[in-house]
Design a protein around this ligand. Structure first.
Ligand code: NAP
Length: 487
């Protein structure tokens, strides 16, 4: 524990919480002296009992005696649970009075927070499990309304927003793990993520807030890409993962919670599966670009300082710019060209809509033929079963299926590239070079990787939100590095 304390100090922690209940046996005075003499950082001594989710199973008197000794020997604070009666709380110690709910966000959260605030403790701590980021925002309400130093956070993956924005709202601190796998509560970032990914040290009252809404969202590259872009352009902004369970109700509740808190300075949201349609419905067709409305989905929400919302779909624009740049033509010059699209899902829909809008002659090939037909009817295209794709006749071939995506990297949607094809665009970006793109290279076709589309949509979002040029090379590099490291 002492070695970990040193490690935390070197990694830039301001304080460490020593979970004395995790020691193999209850610490005696000599143990505590060894641990607490001249610590490299401030120490919070915690000895959580089993009834509060900890590991200490001795008597309450033994537990409180350990905390009193820890305080006497140098711990800056001792953590005392809210359920310890005031008369039993250690005197002559700086107390963090803590309330935990590992199951839910308490209905009487405001009353609990007010009681903590009215106590004699030096600091308040309140932590509760959250079902969605809308509940996590209630932790920010607590921080803002407390009259003394307060730590308040939502536990679980959906609570990340409260753990990071704690800094913006002047919380007494947040908790971070020394390393992945060493978290003491669900949703806790590592100290490295806190500092290198979310730039904790530079967050402040004026920091603007952005994020990506999705389910799942844990493996999204967007936080790494956008936070790096903000840092490279010295913008005071942070970008967070926002896990919202499927369903328009869940999506709407979060958006309403943001709207009710203009002081959050939330200025933009990326939206991914399964909420792109919900996002369009919430923002309203009148506030979205025309093609996005035809596609029926947006992936970008911009929030004005007055709370006004705007919706865009950078997916289709990103795909068109990746394709036309590789072909060295303008989008309008797609008119009359034969394009074969494999797949009829969300990505295909955005790409087909944009191709059709530019006058390309599109044929959709899909496994489920009825989906191909429905999409083709909507955008006046032709359609066929994917089993017919080997004999397709087109100048451009676009793969919008996951065939060939990590981990099944040896798969390819076509046994060979038909000789008429000149350009092959695979929307998959993991791996960077799919088997289909290797086939295309061998057949001397021009190739476009999903990486270009992914980077383009992030670049476009950055530029919509900030109205300044995005650091494209930095953003591209972050994606490439992550994908190479994941290999
Ligand atoms: P989706 O809505 O689930 O659609 C998947 C499509 O692929 C459907 O048409 C599906 O056919 C077809 N498909 C799936 N597995 C198949 C298989 N084993 N054999 C034949 N067809 C199969 O997914 P999406 O959102 O459109 O995403 C599709 C791909 O696009 C993703 O895998 C991703 O790599 C790529 N993408 C890239 C970016 C980027 O920025 N580069 C962005 C979005 C998506 P059925 O209709 O028969 O089910």
């Amino acid at each position: 524990m002492r070695a970990d304390m040193q490690w935390a100090a070197e990694d830039g922690a301001d304080a460490v919480e020593c979970r004395l209940d995790y020691l193999l046996q209850p610490p005696d005075e000599a143990d505590l002296r060894g641990l607490l003499t001249d610590p490299p950082v401030e120490v919070i001594a915690t000895c959580r009992p089993v009834r509060q989710g900890g590991r200490f199973d001795g008597t309450e008197a033994e537990r409180l005696a350990i905390l009193v000794t820890a305080s006497r020997l140098g711990a800056t604070y001792v953590d005392v649970e809210f359920d310890v009666p005031p008369k039993n709380r250690p005197t002559d110690a700086a107390i963090i009075l803590s309330h935990h709910d590992f199951d839910r966000c308490p209905e009487d959260l405001s009353e609990i927070a007010a009681e903590l605030d009215a106590s004699d403790a030096a600091m308040n701590k309140i932590a509760f499990a959250v079902a969605g980021p809308d509940e996590a925002l209630r932790a920010l309400d607590v921080i803002r309304s407390s009259s003394k130093p307060t730590i308040a956070l939502g536990m679980g993956e959906a609570g990340v927003i409260s753990r990071i924005l704690a800094r913006k709202f002047g919380a007494a601190g947040t908790f971070a793990a020394l390393a992945a796998g060493a978290q003491s509560a669900p949703g806790q970032p590592t100290i490295d993520e806190l500092k290198a990914l979310y730039h904790w040290d530079s967050l402040g009252p004026a920091t603007e807030v952005y994020g990506v809404i999705g389910c799942p969202v844990g493996h999204s590259l967007s936080p790494a890409v956008h936070n790096a872009a903000f840092a490279a352009t010295s913008l005071d902004a942070v970008y967070l993962p926002l896990l919202i369970q499927p369903g328009a109700d869940n999506f709407n509740r979060f958006m309403d919670a943001i709207a009710a808190r203009p002081w959050m300075d939330c200025r933009g949201l990326s939206v991914t599966i399964p909420h792109k349609e919900n996002a369009l419905a919430y923002v309203g067709a009148d506030n979205c670009d025309e093609l996005a409305v035809r596609i029926g989905a947006i992936n970008t929400i911009t929030i004005g300082p007055d709370g006004k919302l705007r919706g865009d779909n950078t997916d289709y624009a990103a795909a068109m710019s990746a394709l036309t740049e590789a072909m060295d033509i303008s989008p309008a010059q797609l008119a009359g060209r034969a394009v074969a699209v494999l797949g009829a899902g969300g990505a295909a829909r955005a790409i087909v809509a944009a191709l059709a809008a530019n006058g390309a002659h599109v044929t959709i090939y899909n496994r489920t033929v009825s989906r191909a037909q429905a999409l083709a009817d909507e955008f006046s295209c032709r359609w066929a079963s994917i089993t017919k794709a080997a004999s397709l006749e087109a100048e451009v071939l676009i793969n919008c299926t996951p065939i060939g995506m990590h981990p099944k990297v040896d798969a390819t949607p076509l046994p060979a590239i038909p000789p008429c094809v000149d350009v092959v665009f695979d929307t998959i970006y993991n791996p960077l070079t799919t088997r289909l793109l290797t086939q295309a290279n061998d057949a001397r076709c021009r190739t476009v990787s999903g990486l270009e589309m992914f980077v383009n949509q992030a670049v476009m979002q950055f530029e919509i939100w900030t109205r300044q040029a995005a650091p494209r090379a930095v953003m591209r590099n972050v994606v490439t590095q992550h994908l190479l490291e994941a290999d």
